[in-house]
Design a protein around this ligand. Structure first.
Ligand code: PBG
Ligand code: ZN
Length: 328
């Protein structure tokens, strides 16, 4: 055997195997997505997202306290309005009494060490279920969409969110939000995490179930990226860096590891995040239930592939389980 042929001497021990990682998964790299409804006492399981619930504001303390004790560092909040009056412009999105603003305030008080991010979008709050606003002729109305989304983001920052994360994919919204944060006095108080490369994916089904945010007509293909679009994803990432994003996110994660790697290279001075979305989570759980693999082994393999590709922040529904697994 040639000397250069022998690699196995370098990873024969569990510890030397751990040294092969360029980055190691830690609890602080995990952000837990949470669904909050306007039914204050709710704790309702979401059938298509096994183990995940819609929570009422009054249940957040008992839900999160044990997780914070185990080392939960951050959450991202999604509003699930069941009783509000939805309209064309998504008025309930920044209702001061709505579930997102109420829970930002509450969580800041209950858990001073917890990092609170808020997803910013209109689809949960618009009558048409789309993420932006429309003109009379049915086209997306770019400037008012970005403006409205910026208004909502500023309202979440004012409520105390450490981070606002627009998932709408409207052109120009990063610039509009950054401007609004700066002019509102939150430029140095609130992180702007952009869902930069968000693809039109089949993997959002369980989320739309959970959040009641399926579009009433059509689809999201004229704002979310085509799954084949590597170049467009690179342009979106570069644009959002220039427009003022503090963190760049890729979503979904596992089918788009090449895009994560591109993001790491294009935005080399920014933290890179990815979202292991609802359908990816459901797929891993379903495969384990079907006996295809062990749940924990597969969960680690998926999330560590995202770390390997360049992420230091991962939004995942597996967060509670990882808090246990990472202690073992
Ligand atoms: C809405 C939004 C979606 C997700 C996050 N924000 C769904 C969509 O765009 O249809 C998906 C998250 C998940 O599937 O876990 N803007
Ligand atoms: Zn949306």
């Amino acid at each position: 055997m040639e000397i250069s042929s022998v690699l196995q001497g370098g990873y024969q021990h569990a510890l030397s195997r751990s040294w092969q990682a360029q980055r190691t998964l830690t609890k602080s790299m995990l952000m837990y997505p949470i669904f909050i409804t306007d039914e204050p006492d709710a704790r309702v399981e979401i059938p298509s997202l096994p183990g995940q619930c819609r929570w009422g504001v009054n249940k957040l303390q008992e839900f999160l306290e044990p997780l914070v004790k185990k080392g939960l560092r951050s959450v991202i909040l999604f509003g699930v309005p069941l009783h509000c009056e939805k309209d064309e412009r998504g008025t309930p999105a920044d209702d001061p009494n709505g579930p997102v603003i109420a829970s930002i305030r509450l969580l800041r008080k209950l858990f001073p060490e917890l990092y609170i991010a808020a997803d910013v979008c209109l689809c949960e709050y618009t009558s048409h279920g789309h993420c932006g606003l429309f003109r009379q002729d049915g086209a997306i109305d770019q400037a008012p969409s970005a403006q409205r989304i910026a208004e909502v983001a500023l309202a979440y920052a004012r409520a105390g969110a450490h981070c606002v994360a627009p998932s709408d994919m409207m052109d120009g919204r990063i610039k509009a939000i950054k401007r609004a944060l700066i002019d509102g006095g939150y430029g140095n108080q609130c992180t702007l995490m952009s869902y930069s490369a968000k693809f039109a994916s089949a993997l959002y089904g369980p989320f739309r179930d959970a959040a009641g945010s399926a579009p009433a007509f059509g689809d999201r293909k004229c704002y979310q990226l085509p799954p084949t679009a590597k170049g467009l994803a690179r342009r979106a990432i570069k644009r959002d860096v220039v427009e003022g994003a503090d963190i760049i996110m890729v979503k979904p994660a596992l089918p788009y590891l090449d895009v994560i790697q591109d993001a790491k290279q294009l935005a080399e001075d920014h933290p890179i995040a990815c979202y292991q979305v609802s359908g990816e989570y459901a797929m891993v759980v379903a495969g384990a239930r079907a006996g295809v693999y062990d749940l924990k082994v597969m969960a680690f393999e998926t999330v560590e592939s995202m770390v390997r590709a360049g992420c230091t922040l991962i939004l995942t529904y597996f967060t509670p389980q990882f808090l246990d697994w990472l202690d073992e």
